[in-house]
Design a protein around this ligand. Structure first.
Ligand SMILES: NC(=O)c1ccc[n+]([C@@H]2O[C@H](COP(=O)([O-])OP(=O)(O)OC[C@H]3O[C@@H](n4cnc5c(N)ncnc54)[C@H](OP(=O)(O)O)[C@@H]3O)[C@@H](O)[C@H]2O)c1
Length: 257
């Protein structure tokens, strides 16, 4: 029997590339995002594979639970969960609408936590395949320092990294791999959605294909944290040794036009 990978935010960017990689690796797919047409298009592109689409807005309270129950009602089990859906917002914290920042937390933090909690129970009972069962949580290099002008986004990704690293330790010996993927700037719709197209963040980007590939390979190798690209790895290393106040100043510089 083929294992199944559930990928959130698969309608574009890094999640779309993850969908192609997991399909190629022989997984059945369950893909979700808000835009049904894009999910349908992905399904057509992967017509030789078994793909279930579940259009859903995961920033709505209760949506993660709804997704879990839809999967169960379909009689499907999930061996790999890729918690990829997420967005950021650029601007002064007190000027960005609170409701939008709450939605960001609901998606980047709450939905990811709830899906991790629901599907971990099932994964523990699932048989082991050649490719590991487990979870890829998409964080960011934003997880390594505070980020003025994107304060809630950086904080949400610090949460994702911390949660994932704690679970790595808790899940030792269970056969479940849990990996935090920490991309730096990646050439996707992220910057448009974050209203950050005119910031210095976009000056040096990686392709979503390379980022997803690094995440996939790192997960297969059982890596705890995957930082794609040498420049991003150096930045993450620097963030460990410089004072956080300096890290915040540097992030403030790149998060500005
Ligand atoms: N691009 C970067 O520079 C970068 C760097 C570090 C980390 N990341 C992280 O990588 C992940 C993927 O982002 P990306 O760069 O691939 O950006 P993207 O191209 O904007 O893709 C985001 C995906 O999430 C989905 N999504 C957004 N809001 C959603 C919602 N409310 N409910 C359900 N799905 C939703 C989007 O689909 P719909 O619009 O159809 O819902 C899309 O499929 C995010 O967690 C992001 O924080 C990105």
């Amino acid at each position: 029997m083929k294992p199944t990978a559930l990928i959130t935010g698969a309608s574009g960017g890094i999640g779309y590339e993850f969908a192609h990689l997991f399909a190629k690796a022989g997984y059945k797919l369950i893909v979700t995002a808000r835009t049904e047409e894009k999910l349908e298009k992905l399904k057509q592109e992967l017509s030789e594979h078994e793909v279930t689409i579940i259009p859903l807005d995961l920033s709505m309270p209760g949506a993660a639970e709804k997704l879990y129950h839809k999967v169960k009602d379909n009689g499907q089990t999930v061996e790999v969960l890729v918690n990829n859906a997420g967005f950021g917002l650029n601007g002064p914290f007190d000027e960005l609408p609170l409701i939008e920042q709450q939605k960001m937390l609901q998606l980047n933090v709450n939905a990811l936590t709830e899906l991790t909690h629901h599907f971990l129970q099932d994964m523990k009972a699932a048989p082991l395949y050649d490719i590991p069962k487990g979870i890829i949580n998409v964080a960011s290099t934003a997880a390594f320092q505070p980020g003025p002008r994107m304060a809630v986004y950086y904080a949400s990704k610090a949460y994702v990294l911390s949660l994932t690293e704690a679970l790595v330790e808790e899940l030792k010996g269970t056969g479940i791999t849990i990996t935090s993927l920490c991309p730096g700037a990646t050439d996707t719709n992220f910057f448009k959605a974050a209203k950050a197209e005119n910031t210095k963040l976009v000056n040096s980007t990686m392709s979503p294909k390379d980022v997803a590939k690094a995440g996939f390979l790192g997960f297969v190798k059982g890596k705890r944290v995957v930082i794609p690209g040498k420049a991003n790895q150096s930045m993450a290393y620097a963030a460990k040794i410089i004072p956080r106040s300096i890290g915040a100043k540097l992030a403030h510089y790149v998060d500005r036009p």
